[in-house]
Structure formats: C-alpha cells, structure tokens
Design a protein around this ligand. Structure first.
Ligand SMILES: [Zn+2]
Length: 268
C-alpha cells in the first residue's frame, strides 16, 4: 500500500487556469490536468492507494471556497483525503479550524511563501494554536520555493521557533523538512517533534540519495511520510527514489503508508 501525503488538485472549472499559472511561476510542466479525475488516473498508473490533497488559500477571501472544495472532495472521492487551509489574516481561525474538524477534514495546509508571511510570524500563531487544540496536523511548505526564490519564509530556524512555542503540534515540513536546505535539516531539525514529507524528492529536483539517507537515519522513522507533489512530480518518480535508498525495508513501509495511517487516524 502507498499513501501519497502531498498532492494538489483544483476545482474542474479552475484547474486549467491554475495549472497554467503555477506552471509558469515554477517554469516546470504539470504532469496531470490538475483535476481530481486526472490525479486518480495517475494514482492508478503509479500504484497509489490514497492521496492527501493539500489545498492552499493564497488570499484571505479564498479561505471559504478552498474549504468548501475540500468538503466536496471528501464527499465525492473516497481515495482522496483533502486538507483545508487558512490565511494568516483569517478572522477567528479557531472557528474555521473547528468547522473543518467537525466536517471530518483531517488537516490543514499553509504555504508561507504564497501568503508572504514568515511561518513564525505572530499572525500564524492563532492558526497553530487552533490546530494544536483540535489535534489537526498542519502541513507547511518548508524551505526554498519557486514563488519566492530570494526569500525563504519557512527556514529551519523559523520552524524551530514554531515548535518551541507549540511543542505538541503535529507539524509536517514538506520537502524533507526544508527544501534545498537539507544540511540545516540534519543539523537543526532531525530528531525534533516534526514530520517530514518526501515531496519532490528525486534527482530531478536536486535531492541526492545520500542526503535522503542521512536525514532518515538521523530522524524518527515514524515521522517521515511519502509524498510526491503531484502534479509537479509523479509519485512513481519519488517511489523509485525512495525504493533505491539504502534503508531497511520496514522503514520504507513506514514511509510509504504506516506513518501516514497513524497521523491521519486511519485503521491500521
Ligand atoms: Zn506542494
């Protein structure tokens, strides 16, 4: 079994435009049409059983629509697990997080680069506090991003400040803890109460096997989650990469699905 903890889709009527825009920002081609059915087709081809869909509100007005889309996906696609989103300017974040939790949504995605806010900024604190209170995992984009190539909004130091303040928060730092700053991950984040996902971990995006092996060996192997970042990276690319690592088979099983099941509260 494989659970892909890091994918993106858009409502059918917005997908084409959204994909074209993001593709231009990143200068990378999209590998699906960005729609739910397109993702399901790729999952089938790549041998993925369940995908977590990370929705991001890039402005405060979008939060309601994004969370309505998450509810729609939950209702109609049993193999997709949508996360909701908030914005650092969201009013009453506690109410929004509670509504997500009550609606059966299993987590929250925040993208500090797209909302141009440091992850340790005071404005994110109420969102983390509410996620902590309602035991909702939070996935953040961590490290370098195409959107903001000269300014990292979630550095290892900023992440440390967040978990210093919210030590029980279930925080998932995408891209092996901090995209492209993997020396910092080994030095500062490994061994801390943090989850890492493997999104875009493959040679094409600059991740080396030795780097991934070092991070996994230095971190709690119950806190690493398989993720691809579809539609920007195919799950089969990351699967091939993780498969090639010199780590025990039981660790790979934890990464592929066991850790995700626990974090999402799915039956073992
Ligand atoms: Zn992503």
């Amino acid at each position: 079994m494989v659970i892909d903890f890091h994918t993106h889709i858009f409502p059918d009527k917005l997908a084409e435009k959204a994909i074209a825009k993001l593709s231009a920002i990143g200068g990378i081609p999209a590998l699906s049409d960005g729609k739910a059915d397109g993702l399901l087709k790729c999952m089938q081809e790549d041998g993925i059983d369940i995908s977590v869909v990370l929705n991001v509100a890039t402005n405060v007005e979008q939060v309601e629509n994004v969370n309505r889309f998450a509810a729609f996906i939950k209702e109609h696609y049993p193999n997709l697990i949508p996360f909701g989103s908030l914005h650092p300017q969201s009013e009453n974040p506690r109410k929004i997080v509670k509504a997500l939790k009550d609606g059966g949504i299993k987590g929250i995605k925040l993208h500090p680069d797209y909302v141009e806010t440091q992850v340790d900024d005071e404005r994110f604190a109420p969102v983390f506090a509410a996620a902590d209170e309602f035991d909702m995992p939070v996935v953040i984009h961590a490290g370098w991003d195409f959107k903001s190539p000269d300014h990292v909004h979630a550095s290892a130091d900023a992440i440390l400040k967040v978990i210093g303040r919210f030590p029980n928060l279930k925080l998932v730092c995408a891209h092996f803890g901090c995209n492209r700053f993997w020396d910092d991950v080994v030095k500062k984040l490994c061994g801390k109460n943090l989850y890492f996902d493997t999104a875009i971990a493959c040679e094409r995006f600059g991740m080396k096997r030795e780097t991934a092996e070092t991070i996994i060996k230095n971190h709690d192997d119950e806190k690493i989650l398989f993720g691809s970042d579809m539609p920007w990276c195919r799950a089969q690319e990351v699967l091939r990469f993780i498969d090639s690592l010199d780590i025990p088979g039981e660790q790979k099983e934890k990464i592929y699905y066991k850790n995700a099941k626990k974090l999402l509260g799915l039956p073992a």
